[in-house]
Design a protein around this ligand. Structure first.
Ligand code: TD3
Ligand code: ZN
Length: 305
């Protein structure tokens, strides 16, 4: 069934686990994600970026997710990922999104508060959940100095003030992750101490962006099959488990599903040179996406592992 992210996050809080938010932009990703959630009997958040909405068309993408989500025997939320403006958020709400992120994390604190507060007022009036972000997502090794690192990672006292002043339902924090397939050059590590300090001050569910694991077998498989994504590295499963222990309740992944798709398509085409039926090619991709999503869902649920 389709529900709000707030309801799903409450289930995660009660169960002491984190819910996955997986990004979609088409039928195949949506089906594979929802199948993974059904098989593990776990609620799931289907996230769409503004680019995904532009790619698929807002009406089409909404209908695809609602069509599969409504039939599913588990709670499914349709969430706008990294909404950059009030217009984009309101448009998503109008088309059936049950949850929105307003990401003004690149603006000064007071401006971030101001726009987030506005979004909360509008979204809450129609029962839509709001996520906002404080801090900047940048690989921990990409900060040129300790000062810069301190300036960009989420400050625990600011986080407290931000949540109090905006009334957001969930807060995305910067603790050393970054978007994409190249997250760490050296040892992959999160600032878990900072996460604990934020957790102690903030009473809404915390969200981890840029959390793809970038599984070695997918990266190696793609490279062996003619791809070129050398040096790709993500967040290890154990770091995610530690983050869940410290209060992360929503974990975003997009890159892992893209890697799964690419690996499966490369492998299928190599193994089946005579096949040219898109349904067969995409079915192999769905199987691999589902497998990767199930692994992630289980990592975030200590009670299932
Ligand atoms: O918001 N997202 C998904 C969109 C980012 C583009 O990849 C995330 O935080 C997940 O990031 P990733 O790259 O680790 O999957
Ligand atoms: Zn993100």
């Amino acid at each position: 069934m389709i529900t709000t992210m707030k309801e799903i996050l409450e289930m995660a809080e009660k169960g002491g686990f984190a819910v996955s938010a997986f990004n979609t932009s088409n039928i195949e990703l949506t089906r594979a994600i929802i199948d993974a959630a059904i098989e593990t009997e776990t609620p799931v958040i289907i996230a769409t970026s503004e680019k995904a909405i532009d790619y698929a068309g807002i009406d089409c993408l909404s209908k695809v997710v609602h069509s599969f989500g409504e039939k599913a025997p588990i709670p499914v939320a349709l969430h706008l990922d990294h909404g950059k403006s009030l217009e984009s958020v309101v448009r998503a709400i109008r088309y059936g999104w049950t949850s929105v992120m307003i990401d003004a994390s690149d603006r000064p604190f007071e401006e971030n508060v101001e726009i987030t507060r506005k979004v909360v007022q509008i979204a809450h009036a129609v029962g839509v959940t709001v996520e906002a972000e404080l801090g900047r997502l940048k690989g921990i090794e990409d900060y040129v100095s300790v000062d810069e690192r301190e300036a960009f990672l989420t400050d625990p006292d600011d986080a407290k003030r931000f949540v109090e002043e905006t009334g957001v339902d969930a807060l995305a924090v910067a603790i050393g992750t970054s978007h994409g397939a190249y997250k760490f050059k050296g040892e992959p590590k999160l600032d878990l101490k900072r996460l604990e300090e934020i957790r102690d001050r903030v009473n809404v569910p915390l969200v981890l962006h840029g959390a793809s694991g970038v599984p070695g077998e997918l990266v190696d498989g793609i490279n062996e099959l003619g791809g070129d994504i050398k040096g790709a590295r993500g967040v290890p499963d154990d770091e995610l488990r530690e983050a869940v222990k410290r209060g992360i309740r929503k974990v975003n992944a997009d890159t892992d599903l893209r890697l799964a798709f690419t690996y499966a398509v490369r492998r299928f085409l190599k193994e089946n040179p005579a096949v040219f039926d898109p349904r067969k090619i995409l079915s192999s991709a769905m199987d691999e996406i589902k497998r990767v999503a199930i692994h992630r869902i289980k990592v975030l649920r200590p009670d299932l592992e």
